[in-house]
Design a protein around this ligand. Structure first.
Ligand code: PGA
Length: 254
């Protein structure tokens, strides 16, 4: 069985004090729901302190990005070894804001995914279609293309460390979510494509939904059979709201 995973992507939000306070509250909420895996992805400068708040508790602390090269003249970048050195166990790869605001190319996303998994990090590969692509009926095609590109070079031994986050671009930060049925259809298709790389082990790979998840819609999204959790942006900055989403992950009313 896939343990539900509720992950908070803080993006470029919080400050040092609020990050630590939020991490403390989320650690308490996570401890109250041991059936759910809880993760947080704070900004780079706060990773170490957030990690020490989380130490000894159940929450996974991850980074929002990583550079594929081992070291060297890459100004502004952070390597997989640096993350591991700071006790960071997971990383987001190919988030839609990196794809569409920072114009990160698919080949770089592929390299980042391989580097993270090869280094022993857990990777959450984010994929999803834009509104015009959904309207043109191309959701599965776009998801499949992003998966095929990112998984070039994927090794089956990495399967346990791979998570996919399906985040329709039009749902991120907009207050609009996919219907539970649309999310389920996309997740089912994603799992089928993953199966081409890992065979029956695709049943182990978590596929999270992301895009305006909040306490009010978490139950119905998380009740879908192939929705294994949520990647939460805005609502993860509010500890009470995020705690309610964690409860929904445990099958309780949010
Ligand atoms: P949102 O962001 O929950 O604010 O829509 C989700 C994400 O970008 O991961």
């Amino acid at each position: 069985m896939r343990q539900p995973w509720i992950a908070g992507n803080w993006k470029m939000n919080t400050n040092r004090a609020s990050a630590i306070a939020l991490a403390r509250e989320i650690a308490d909420a996570a401890a109250a729901q041991p059936a759910v895996r809880v993760g947080i992805f704070p900004p780079f400068p706060y990773l170490l302190e957030v990690r020490s708040v989380a130490a000894g508790g159940p929450i996974v602390v991850g980074a929002q990005d990583v550079y594929p090269g081992p070291d060297g003249a890459f100004t502004g970048e952070v390597s997989t070894a640096m993350l591991r050195d700071c006790g960071v166990g997971a990383v987001l790869i190919g988030h839609s804001e990196r794809r569409h605001i920072l114009h990160e190319p698919e080949e770089l996303i592929r390299q980042k995914l391989c580097a993270a998994l090869a280094a022993g990090l857990e990777a959450v590969l984010c994929i999803g279609e834009k509104l015009e692509e959904r309207r043109a009926g191309r959701t599965n095609e776009v998801n499949e293309g992003q998966l095929r590109s990112a998984l070039g070079g994927f090794e089956p031994g990495w399967t346990r460390r791979l998570t996919i986050a399906y985040e329709p671009v039009w749902a991120i930060g907009t207050g609009v979510t996919a219907t539970p049925a649309d999310a389920q259809a996309a997740h089912e298709h994603i799992r089928r494509v993953i199966g081409e790389w890992v065979g029956p082990a695709a049943a182990m790979v978590r596929v999270l939904y992301g895009g305006s998840v909040k306490a009010a819609n978490a139950n119905e999204l998380l009740s879908q059979p192939d929705v294994d959790g949520a990647l939460v942006g805005g609502a993860s900055l509010d500890a009470r709201e995020f705690a309610a989403i964690i409860r929904a992950g445990a099958g309780q009313r949010a």
